[in-house]
Design a protein around this ligand. Structure first.
Ligand SMILES: [Zn+2]
Length: 147
């Protein structure tokens, strides 16, 4: 089955329905674009529905890691610029306004992973990095309210 992607909204959460195989090439590119669009539109709560995903390869997994890294990046509370850690792992002040107040940009969760995806996430020890839920209902309920 080819890769398919569509988006919808429920309870203020933007759900990306993924189906088929998330592999190098078209699927990875389309997924990356979809996540960029959600972020550009200020959609802070993103749920990836994996129910109909049959297979994820290492490129697809790499893209999922990129996506969660982007969505959960740390930003300056005052101006919204991305804030980074220094070499010792301490937070630098905001590069734009020197503020030391920071917050996480958004939340991303996964729901309904199939057998191969569950095995892949457990084998790579990423199951805890991604907030994985067995059902969409459960995943939607787990999003915290905006601060
Ligand atoms: Zn700032």
């Amino acid at each position: 089955m080819d890769f398919k992607l569509s988006t919808r909204r429920a309870d203020g959460v933007f759900i990306v329905d993924l189906a088929g195989r998330i592999t190098a090439g078209y699927a990875v590119v389309a997924f990356r674009k979809a996540i960029r669009d959600e972020i550009a539109n200020g959609h802070h709560k993103i749920l990836l529905n994996l129910r109909d995903v049959s297979y994820i390869d290492s490129s697809g997994l790499g893209e999922l890691i990129m996506a969660i890294g982007t969505v959960t990046q740390t930003i300056c509370t005052s101006c919204g610029a991305t804030v980074f850690k220094d070499e010792d792992g301490n937070w630098d002040p905001c590069p734009q306004c020197e503020s030391k107040e920071r917050k996480t940009w958004g939340q991303m969760k996964l729901s309904n992973p199939g057998r191969q995806v569950t095995d892949l996430l457990q084998f790579t020890k990423l199951y805890t990095v991604f907030d994985v839920h067995e059902s969409e209902q459960e995943a939607l309920a787990s999003f915290s309210t905006p601060r």
